[in-house]
Write a protein that binds this ligand. Structure first.
Ligand code: SF4
Ligand code: SF4
Length: 496
């Protein structure tokens, strides 16, 4: 067992109000510079929708992530061997059309326009060419447009839905959407790291944050093609790739990343998990339907004696282990099985997990409320406004059971708390619902508290950072061979 620690995240989608505060917090700190105008390291999408860049989930188009060939996984797009053939043009790279042409407004005209019969206007100006433009798309152009034929109907997650299910999703009286905030997933098996011919991308040994070494980046842009989540961006001004750094300077001083700190809906949780790096490659190679359980199995019980011994042997400080024991992410992902990875079939093993949204999805189509009960206590999940298949394509690698499990448990907790606090539903039925949802009363209370009553300190369990003890500080990171996503797994040098 090779125990490693990783900072990981949970976003609780039931709580996201789509306010975009997170995106603005990030933009103001990190991408308010020349060459980064079009970059949104944090963005919030409306689902169903095409997202940013448009249709990023469509790997037929972008060829991101890993694929299995002859029993082994390999990068779908640009690997070291294949970069040469695409050196001048990679047909699968997102272009400005897929993002958007960044613009500002001619504000000066408001002040300098000559006197005339009309109010002066501030026309949009391209931040690329400086010319006046007609705005045709933007980073959240499809905001709240879940039912639109242009955006909603082009969502790649609609694959496999029957015509009846699509009708259910898009008929005007029943329109439904939910928000999907996204940042880099700081994956366990990052395709971006594996694809870089210069070894400029690396995963920090002590906490798994994925970074781009700006000095080593040679503008190959293979990371941009390889990341299936399209969370690496090219700065046209500096000629280097850039991406979310999980606000590591804030983390190192004990503060949550800006998007977490500013989140109005308090949907974001951050904590350490311990995992077994020796099994990472085997898990990334599992059949698609076993990937969710495989990744969960990789995450280790931070109270287990063998794990603690392994952590000590690998030099993981006790304070980091303690943070892992208090990690909200461990509870949501491993213990409660409420949080699921997005598109794990891309095989990068993302370390950002999502609690699938219940309220917008389940507000019953026929009764318009959550509080209906029949012999089948969970009938309104089966009859959800968003077809389970859609959610399963997004969060369950196509398996509806994984998403249904999380929604059933959420409903049972909500029902139980309603019985306790409001008293307008039957406690006995609520307890039966908990049992059928594989949830004890103790667990229901813990879920309720961490979802609804959590303090700042419970949401963000940030371990003390030990940069001076980190792998990179002990050896020249440029010597680290990063031949694959597993390349960072050589482990800390014993005895150093
Ligand atoms: S592959 Fe994973 S770690 Fe790399 S940029 Fe994409 S989301 Fe982030
Ligand atoms: S700040 Fe929080 S609630 Fe608002 S859009 Fe971002 S993730 Fe959602």
């Amino acid at each position: 067992m090779n125990v490693r620690s990783q900072i990981s995240m949970v976003f609780h989608l039931d709580k996201c109000i789509g306010c975009h505060t997170c995106s603005i917090a990030c933009k103001n700190i990190w991408t308010d510079r020349r060459g980064t105008e079009y970059m949104w390291w944090n963005n919030v999408e409306t689902k169903p929708g095409t997202g940013y860049p448009a249709k990023w989930e469509d790997q037929e188009k972008f060829k991101g992530g890993w694929e299995k060939q002859n029993g082994k996984i390999r990068l779908k797009s640009t690997g070291k061997g294949r970069i040469v053939t695409n050196i001048f043009h990679n047909p699968h790279m997102p272009s400005m059309d897929d993002y958007y042409e960044p613009w500002t407004y001619d504000y000066q005209h408001l002040f300098n326009a000559p006197e005339g019969p009309d109010q002066p206007t501030a026309k949009p100006i391209s931040m690329v060419t400086g010319d006046y433009i007609d705005i045709e798309s933007g980073p959240n152009w499809d905001d709240d447009l879940g039912g639109s034929p242009v955006y909603g109907k082009n969502d790649p997650n609609l694959e496999g839905l029957t015509e009846e299910q699509k009708l259910q999703l898009f008929s005007i009286e029943q329109l439904v959407f939910f928000y999907f905030p996204r940042i880099c997933n700081h994956c366990m098996n990052p395709a971006c790291v594996a694809s870089c011919p210069s070894g400029a991308l690396y995963k920090r040994g002590e906490d798994g944050i994925v970074l781009v070494d700006q000095k080593r980046c040679r503008a190959w842009r293979s990371c941009i093609a390889a990341c299936p989540y399209k969370k690496v961006f090219f700065n046209w001004f500096t000629g280097k790739s850039e991406k979310c750094i999980l606000c590591y300077p804030r983390l190192e001083t004990g503060q949550a990343p800006a998007c977490f700190h500013s989140c109005v809906g308090r949907i974001r949780y951050l904590g350490v998990v311990l995992y077994d790096a020796d099994r990472l490659e085997a898990v990334a190679n599992l059949p698609k339907e076993q990937l969710i359980d495989g990744q969960r199995d990789l995450i280790l019980d931070p109270t287990d004696e063998h794990v603690l011994e392994g952590a000590r042997k690998n030099g993981i400080p006790d304070s980091v282990v303690k943070a892992a024991q208090e990690s909200p992410v461990y509870q949501f992902v491993k213990v409660w099985k409420l949080a699921l990875p997005p598109h794990i079939e891309f095989r990068t093993l993302p370390m950002l997990f999502y609690v699938p949204p219940m309220a917008p999805v389940m507000a019953n189509r026929k009764n318009g409320a959550l509080n209906s009960v029949s012999d089948n206590l969970f009938h309104d999940i089966d009859d959800a406004r968003v077809p389970m298949r859609f959610l399963a394509n997004l969060f369950g690698a196509g398996q509806e059971g994984k998403v249904a499990y999380a929604l059933r448990k959420q409903k049972a907790v909500r029902w139980y708390r309603r019985a306790v606090t409001v008293g307008d539903v039957d406690l006995e039925t609520a307890e039966r619902m908990l049992r059928e949802a594989d949830c004890t009363i103790k667990e229901a209370m813990a879920i309720y508290e961490l979802t609804s009553l959590c303090t700042f300190e419970q949401r963000f369990v940030i371990p003390p950072m030990y940069r001076e003890k980190a792998l990179e500080a002990l050896r020249d990171p440029h010597e680290v061979k990063q031949s694959a996503g597993f390349g960072f797994l050589s482990g800390p040098r014993r005895g150093m």
